[in-house]
Ligand binder design. Structure first.
Ligand code: COA
Length: 313
């Protein structure tokens, strides 16, 4: 028995914040942001909460599938609407499901791959046959809009996948890990800490950059080895959309050509846990990824956490 991604959906708020808009907010320039990150604009919530965006992405992913039949809902997010109820429980109620197991996963930008791993494992071991996995973030709420070193990077959005057990293998394998000793390099303190509000993203960008490239490459090579593939077997690399220079360094080290690398961070910036499912949805809808193709998903995030997954779509 296998698990396959049956359908995908995404939601991005329609409010666009361009690099030129940021020029009037902090001391920066479109040219600096473009050359250092590859980002041109990002989407910012106009009031949509994380669960609103997650719900919209979920509805789009489900299409004609009845939400009542879902047995499992996992949401990856670092920006839940509330500490509890979980974002997954809120989505459950909004889409009209009762009784499914529903919970959130916290692994920052690697969150979606962690959530997919958890869902895949539960489906294989517990006889669960229909699940929804969502990555959703409202990062604009935890960005310090006066800090030019971070506010240029992040955006809001949500992506979702609908999974079913199947005879053929769709999700072929994972490589996941974490190293908490790097925690301070990329962090948002919260209620359990001794910090006072407000809680904003703090980051040592330079140091994060170096570890991100090394870790993503190592993880990608491990997962390919686990599933018995080589980089040339990959139809499309879908990396976490954090920085174009990170994406280029990773794909070059893996020996994967730029035309086989999916990039949308110029339009959305870094949407953390939403980044990979949004990219996957766009890759499928645009025809860059076709049924039968092999995609390599690779992410890295606060924790530090990392994760890779090979899927046959
Ligand atoms: N506009 C203009 N100048 C800026 C700026 C901005 N928005 N932000 C920083 N600078 C300045 C710095 O103050 C520094 O000036 P100095 O040389 O006078 O001290 C200079 O630009 C270079 O800063 P540095 O931090 O070395 O730049 P960088 O090339 O490392 O790029 C990041 C900064 C944040 C874009 C890059 O480090 C990065 O993307 N890191 C990874 C972050 C990430 O992906 N995090 C999420 C992981 S999931």
């Amino acid at each position: 028995m296998g698990v396959r991604i049956v359908s995908t959906g995404s939601y991005l708020p329609d409010r666009v914040l361009t690099n030129f808009d940021l020029e009037s907010m902090v001391e920066t320039s479109d040219q600096w942001i473009t050359t250092r990150t590859g980002i041109k604009e990002r989407r910012i919530s106009k009031g949509e909460t994380t669960s609103d965006m997650a719900t919209e992405a979920a509805v789009r992913a489900l299409g004609d599938v009845s939400p009542e039949n879902l047995e499992l809902i996992v949401v990856a997010t670092a920006t839940p609407d509330s500490f509890f109820p979980s974002t997954a429980c809120k989505v459950q109620s909004k889409i009209g499901n009762r009784g499914a197991v529903a919970f959130d996963v916290s692994a920052a930008c690697t969150g979606f791959i962690y959530a997919l791993y958890v869902a895949d494992s539960i489906m294989r071991s517990k006889g669960v046959s229909r699940a929804l996995v969502i990555g959703a973030e409202r990062l604009s709420k935890i960005v310090d809009w006066s800090d030019r070193t971070t506010c240029i990077l992040f955006g809001d959005g949500a992506g979702a996948v609908y999974l079913e057990t199947s005879e053929d293998e769709g999700i072929l394998g994972f490589d996941l890990g974490a190293d908490g000793s790097y925690g301070e390099l990329l962090a948002v303190p919260s209620v359990g800490s001794n910090e006072e509000f407000p809680y904003y993203i703090r980051m040592k960008g330079n140091e994060v950059f170096k570890v991100a490239v090394r870790t993503m490459v190592e993880s990608a090579l491990r997962v390919l080895e686990k599933v018995g593939m080589k980089p040339e077997d990959v139809s499309l690399l879908i990396p976490h959309q954090a920085n174009l220079r990170i994406i280029k360094a990773v794909s070059e080290r893996l020996g994967i050509n730029q035309e086989k690398v999916f990039v949308n961070l110029d339009r959305y910036g870094n949407t953390s846990a939403a980044s990979i499912p949004v990219a996957l949805d766009e890759a499928l809808r645009s025809g860059k990824l076709k049924r039968g193709d092999v995609a390599l998903l690779v992410a890295f995030g606060g924790g530090f956490t990392w994760g890779s997954c090979v899927i046959k779509v």
